[in-house]
Each structure stands twice: as C-alpha cells, then as structure tokens.
Write a protein that binds this ligand. Sequence first.
Ligand code: NI
Length: 129
Amino acid sequence: MDERLLARLDRWVERREYPNRSEAVRDLVREGLVEEEWETGDRETVATISLVYDHHARLLPGRLMAAQHRSYAEIVSALHVHMDADHCLEVLVVRGPARRLRALADRLIATRGVKHGRLTLATTGRDLG
Ligand code: NI
C-alpha cells in the first residue's frame, strides 16, 4: 500500500476510534465482501431500508404503504418517525434473499417523492470468516 493511502487509512482508523489498523482493515474487507454478495446473493439476509419523504407529496404515502404490503413477507418491522412538519423517516427491517431485498429497496427508493433512501445489510460476519 502506498504511503499516502496508508496515512489516509491511519487517520480514518483514528477518527473511527478503532483499537488498531488491522481491526479496521478487517471491517473494510468484510464490508467489501458483503457488498459483493449483494450482487449475486440468494442468501437469507437481514437488512434495513431507510426512507425519507415529504408526506404532503400527493399519493406518495399510499404508494409506499401499498408497496410495503405487497412485500409483507419480507418486512419484519417498520418504524415511522415524523422528522419535522413535512418529512417522515421510515426504517424497515427486512429479511429474505439479498437479491429480493435489493429489489424491494430499489423500488421504494425510486418512488417519486422519496428524498433519501438507503439499504444497509446487517451481518454477523460469521458467514464471511
Ligand atoms: Ni410522519
């Protein structure tokens, strides 16, 4: 690894308060491998999908609700937070084959009026060694 990259890594390790560089590298590698698994994976996975939207947007809350009911088997739990007078944050805990979760997240995030959305994979790391 070249020196500049190593220096950046060390600053990152410090900011994230990792006990040492190898712990940080292990997490980075794990994250990379987990992400790669998304592309091809049919493995049973747990993840969260977060969505921010303006609840005044016409038809949007109903559309999101309908989409979630279509995927009821994959949505374990839903948390709704009223962020301010206009915006809602929804966090869904989802479980199922990774590819299906990715597709569900993409559908929800692409719904017109959704301002921010993210899919985050949860892993125990056990399956990755
Ligand atoms: Ni709300």
